[in-house]
Design a protein around this ligand. Structure first.
Ligand SMILES: Nc1nc(=O)c2c([nH]1)NC[C@@H]1CN(c3ccc(C(=O)N[C@@H](CCC(=O)O)C(=O)O)cc3)C=[N+]21
Length: 362
């Protein structure tokens, strides 16, 4: 579990296009299959300091007194672009002053189409901001030792500042053992247990925060959403999205609840939230009736649903029934174009912070 993304794009046929009622059992099996996205934390001062919390959401959407109300769409793609521009500027400054270029190594095992697409997109994103990218493509039937050897090699390579092992790994591999092998100083995914452990504890700071949850928080910050004292509900409890997202919200002084596949009354609990982060990997799980009028909705789900009209034969939808949510929420992230691009921006940010930390560049 705890690997793939928000969704398993390799099986679009299993996804549903229309909202539906599901039993706890079916929800559970969906959860287990689809789990996570990857998120990393940003340690990038430049991002925080140049953030623009002036665009307050409260000023934008007076919220659903009528069904005509339409939520503000949070444009993750454009926020990610802004962040990438900031990162590119920092990389130029670092190179000019030290000659050092940040490097990111990605290890891909097997030939899942979705993983190949993600890796290709990460590589492109690296090139666009000036990060040097390194890639190890290993066959599906590689041994754990093969993967560990590559990790050791990147751990020891001074031109590599970040290492990402693309998830999910083939079933025969022990994910825990492999993720543990990544040097904590280069763990730009933030999946190393030491980084997660520090995220859990008061007064400790992880070196890296997982990219997807970090991207969600960055969107909330940059849209001027106040978190302190608010009620937040996270749907899904994966290692790479749901759990760290809840921890980050709590760190930001929200009161959190987690809804998962065994929750008896998910709708009732979710409806109490001022902020919803959904990372269940279930298309159209969150209906309009689950959302408190005026809530802010961050939809992490990336679920393929069959679509004969699309060139790929499927299209991507989130966990949230978008049309319904738009009538109730004050702001919402679309899918695609919401959290996805932010995940990649956070990965670049983590890689830059890593290079800065390793070389003590301020
Ligand atoms: N070690 C590891 N780290 C990860 O960060 C990681 C991973 N494994 N495994 C897979 C998931 C998934 N993930 C996404 C990143 C960007 C988009 C993204 O940019 N999506 C576009 C849509 C792209 C399209 O249309 O195909 C969007 O939402 O707008 C999606 C998903 C990172 N993951």
């Amino acid at each position: 579990m705890a690997s793939s993304v928000l969704s398993d794009r390799s099986s679009p046929a299993t996804a549903r296009l229309l909202p539906f009622q599901r039993s706890a059992q079916s929800w559970k099996s969906q959860f287990q299959r689809s789990v996570s996205i990857a998120w990393k934390p940003l340690r990038l001062n430049v991002i925080r300091s140049t953030a623009s919390p002036h665009r307050s959401l409260s000023a934008v959407a007076p919220v659903a007194m009528t069904t005509e109300t339409s939520a503000k769409v949070i444009d993750g793609k454009s926020v990610a672009k802004q962040i990438k521009d900031e990162i590119a500027g920092e990389i130029v400054r670092m190179k000019d002053e030290t000659g050092i270029v940040p490097g990111l190594a990605v290890i891909l095992v097997g030939c899942r189409k979705d993983s190949q697409t993600y890796v290709r997109n990460k590589k492109k994103a690296c090139e666009a901001v000036g990060i040097k990218s390194y890639e190890a493509n290993l066959p599906e039937d590689s041994t754990e030792e093969d993967v560990l050897k590559h990790i050791t090699c990147f751990n020891d390579d001074p031109s590599v500042h970040g290492i990402l092992v693309q998830l999910p790994l083939p079933r025969h591999m022990n994910e825990e053992k492999i993720l543990n092998a990544v040097s904590i100083e280069k763990d730009v995914d933030g999946f190393h247990p030491l980084n997660i452990g520090r995220l859990v504890m008061q007064g400790r700071e992880p070196l890296f925060v997982p990219c997807t949850p970090k991207g969600c928080m960055e969107l909330l910050h940059r849209c001027g959403v106040e978190i302190k004292g608010k009620r937040a509900v996270v749907i899904g409890r994966s290692n790479i999205v749901g759990m760290p997202a809840a921890l980050l919200l709590q760190k930001a002084n929200a009161t959190i609840s987690m809804v998962h596949s065994s929750t008896k009354n998910p709708e009732e609990i979710t409806r109490q939230a001022d902020i919803i982060i959904s990372a269940a990997g279930v298309a159209n799980l969150v209906r309009g009736s689950w959302i408190k009028p005026g809530a802010v909705v961050i939809d992490v789900g990336i679920n393929p649903v069959d679509d004969a009209e699309s060139p790929r034969g499927y299209r991507l939808v989130g966990d949230v029934c978008y049309e319904e949510a738009c009538k109730v929420a004050s702001a919402i992230t679309p899918v695609p174009g919401g959290v996805g691009p932010m995940t990649i921006a956070m990965l670049l940010s983590n890689t830059l912070s890593s290079a800065k930390r390793i070389h003590d560049f301020k």
